[in-house]
Ligand binder design. Structure first.
Ligand SMILES: C[S@@+](CC[C@H](N)C(=O)[O-])C[C@H]1O[C@@H](n2cnc3c(N)ncnc32)[C@H](O)[C@@H]1O
Length: 261
C-alpha cells in the first residue's frame, strides 16, 4: 500500500465529483493532490458539531461519507469506532486505502454500498450518526421508486424515523432541491424556516431537535455556524444554497440510555 496509490485513487474519486476537502490525517500521508478541491465548509461544520456533542469514546456512522473528511477527523478527536458508509465506489475505495495506510483498520469499518433506509434494510447502532446532504438525493443515488417531490419528502421523513432506533444523536443537513436540481425545489420559498418546520413536525415523535447551526459570514469573510435565532433565520442569498442549509443536532426519543453528552 503506498501513498502514490492513494493519490491515484483520489484523482479517480475526484473525477466523479470533488465534494469534500481532505481530512488532515490523509493529507499527512498523501503525496499531493492534483486539481482543486472545493470546500463545502467541512471545517466550519465540524467545529459546530464539536461544540455541541462530545465524541470522546463514541461510536459513529457517517452515511454518505464521501472522501472521509468527517470520519477521519472525528477518529482523531476521540471517536472509538466509525462506520463509514458510501455508495460511490471511487470514494469508498479511496477511504479504504487511506484507512489501511493510516493503520486504522480496527477503528473504521468501510461499507461500500448505498444505505437503503428501508425498515428491513441495513441496521447499525451507534452513538452519533452523521447524515449530511444525502437524503435529498433519494430517487437518484438510492431509493428507486421515488418519482416526485412529494414522494421524496415522505421518503426523507421515513428515513429519519428509521434512524431514530439506530443512533442516539443525529447530525443532519438537507439540500433545498430534490436531487440537487433547482427545477425541483423541496420547499416553496427556499426558506430555512420551512426546512426546520418540515423536520420538526415530521419527526416530532422520533427526534428532539437540540440545536440548529446556521452559517453566517463574519465581517472578515470567515464563515461560522451559530445557533439559530431571529438574527440568522432569514434566507441569505449572498451565501448561496449550501450555506443556507441548517445543520441539525437531534437527539433520539427512541434510543437510550445516553452516553454521549
Ligand atoms: C452531497 S455528498 C455529501 C457528502 C458529505 N456527507 C458531506 O456533507 O460533506 C453525498 C454523498 O452521499 C453518497 N450517498 C448518497 N446516497 C447514499 C446512500 N443511500 N448511502 C450511502 N451513500 C450515499 C454520495 O455518493 C455522496 O458521496
Amino acid at each position: 500500500m503506498s501513498s502514490c496509490r492513494l493519490t491515484e485513487l483520489y484523482d479517480k474519486a475526484s473525477k466523479h465529483s470533488q465534494y469534500q476537502v481532505l481530512a488532515s490525517p490523509i493529507r499527512s500521508v498523501m503525496d499531493g493532490v492534483s486539481g482543486n478541491v472545493r470546500s463545502r465548509w467541512e471545517e466550519e461544520r465540524l467545529h459546530f458539531m464539536l461544540s455541541r456533542l462530545s465524541f470522546d469514546d463514541a461510536t459513529i456512522a457517517d452515511v454518505g461519507g464521501n472522501t472521509g473528511y468527517f470520519t477521519l477527523e472525528l477518529i482523531e478527536r476521540g471517536v472509538r469506532k466509525a462506520l463509514y458508509i458510501e455508495g460511490n465506489k471511487a470514494h469508498s475505495e479511496f477511504v479504504r486505502e487511506a484507512v489501511s495506510l493510516l493503520g486504522w483498520n480496527d477503528r473504521v469499518d468501510v461499507v461500500s454500498r448505498y444505505l437503503s433506509f428501508e425498515e428491513d434494510g441495513d441496521r447499525f447502532e451507534v452513538d452519533v450518526c452523521l447524515l449530511l446532504n444525502v437524503l435529498h438525493h433519494v430517487g437518484d443515488d438510492y431509493g428507486v421508486g421515488v418519482r416526485s417531490v412529494s414522494q421524496a419528502k415522505s421518503a426523507i421523513l421515513d428515513s429519519l424515523r428509521q434512524l431514530a432506533s439506530m443512533a442516539k444523536y443525529l447530525v443532519f443537513q438537507l439540500g433545498y432541491n430534490w436531487k440537487g436540481d433547482i427545477r425541483h425545489p423541496l420547499f416553496e420559498n427556499g426558506e430555512k424556516r420551512e426546512v426546520i418546520d418540515f423536520i420538526r413536525y415530521g419527526v416530532d415523535e422520533y427526534w428532539d431537535i437540540e440545536s440548529i447551526g446556521i452559517a453566517e459570514r463574519l465581517s472578515g469573510g470567515r464563515v461560522v455556524y451559530s445557533e439559530v435565532g431571529a438574527r440568522n433565520i432569514g434566507r441569505d442569498d449572498r451565501l448561496g444554497e449550501f450555506l443556507n442549509r441548517p445543520l441539525f443536532i437531534m437527539r433520539s426519543k427512541k434510543r437510550g440510555p445516553l452516553s454521549v453528552a
